[in-house]
Design a protein around this ligand. Structure first.
Ligand SMILES: NC(=O)c1ccc[n+]([C@@H]2O[C@H](COP(=O)([O-])OP(=O)(O)OC[C@H]3O[C@@H](n4cnc5c(N)ncnc54)[C@H](O)[C@@H]3O)[C@@H](O)[C@H]2O)c1
Length: 250
């Protein structure tokens, strides 16, 4: 039980990566705040965890709105008594080029994908510091944060921002015994914003198979557990080695 007696918030926990992170963390002893905008999805994941003998509660929250984040952090802390772990996983993509994306769409992608890890970490860290919790924060970036693409203009900008935001937050929270790291997935389960897993989705990596959500969940578990206590401000690639080949994989 790597996370015994820990309380974890997982944002965007209603499916795919967030769902498997929530379930793996629960199997490792954590109580899970299943945070999602989609109530039905969040309720289902929380119910699955409880049915398997774990602890979980769903919280509806639009991570693109600071007032929702503040209310969610308060509700989670009241319900579970503290917060030890924050997984900033929720994101949306635009899939548009610079001429097609509207300013409104750009702002929404940035709000959910980049500003929410900043605001969630800020409000959770205040709670951790007030309670003397030695916290762990894991931000979910993307290989799209390291390379340009012919579309996903706002998403690539936001994910690049998540990488450097992670370093600043890590520096500022280290004196408070809060460790901040990032994970960097590529092609894990279904694409962002989609339910369907297409087994024929082309992947070019060193492992020779698409990633599955538990691949990312295992990395997040490592960064959220004491096994990684000397690891801070880093970005752990969970990409099957594809970035070694990236020019042919864009
Ligand atoms: N799937 C991949 O191949 C892949 C690759 C690289 C990076 N990532 C990153 O991994 C993370 C998870 O990706 P995924 O594929 O599991 O995403 P997904 O689209 O399958 O699931 C995202 C979840 O977030 C929720 N959500 C969306 N907007 C929200 C909001 N405003 N407030 C609260 N919840 C909201 C959705 O309801 C959904 O349940 C994201 O940060 C994504 O950028 C995924």
């Amino acid at each position: 039980m790597k996370l015994a007696n820990q309380v974890a918030i997982v944002t965007g926990a209603g499916r795919n990566i967030g769902e498997d992170v929530s379930k793996l963390f629960a199997q490792n002893g954590a109580a899970i705040a299943v945070v999602d905008l989609d109530k039905a999805r969040g309720d289902k994941v929380a119910a699955d965890i409880v049915a398997a003998g774990g602890k979980a509660k769903a919280f509806v929250c639009d991570v693109g709105k600071e007032e929702d984040i503040i209310a969610c952090v308060k509700d989670v802390a009241e319900h579970f008594g503290k917060i030890d772990i924050l997984i900033n996983n929720a994101a949306i993509s635009d899939n548009k080029n610079m001429f097609d994306i509207t300013t409104e769409e750009w702002n929404r992608v940035l709000a959910i994908t980049l500003t929410s890890p900043f605001l969630f970490t800020k409000h959770v860290a205040k709670d951790m510091i007030a309670r003397g919790v030695k916290g762990k924060v894991v931000n979910v970036s993307s290989t799209s944060g390291y390379y340009g693409r012919d579309r996903a203009t706002a998403y690539t900008a936001a994910k690049g921002g998540v990488v450097n935001l992670t370093k600043s937050l890590a520096i500022q929270l280290a004196p408070h015994n809060i460790r901040v790291n990032a994970v960097v997935p590529n092609k894990i389960g279904s694409p962002v914003g989609k339910d369907e897993f297409d087994p024929t989705r082309p992947v070019l990596n060193l492992v020779g198979r698409p990633g599955v959500p538990v691949d990312l969940a295992n990395a997040a578990l490592f960064l959220a557990s004491d096994e990684s206590s000397f690891i801070v401000a880093t970005a752990l690639f969970v990409d099957g080695g594809c970035t070694a080949l990236m020019p042919g994989n864009a």
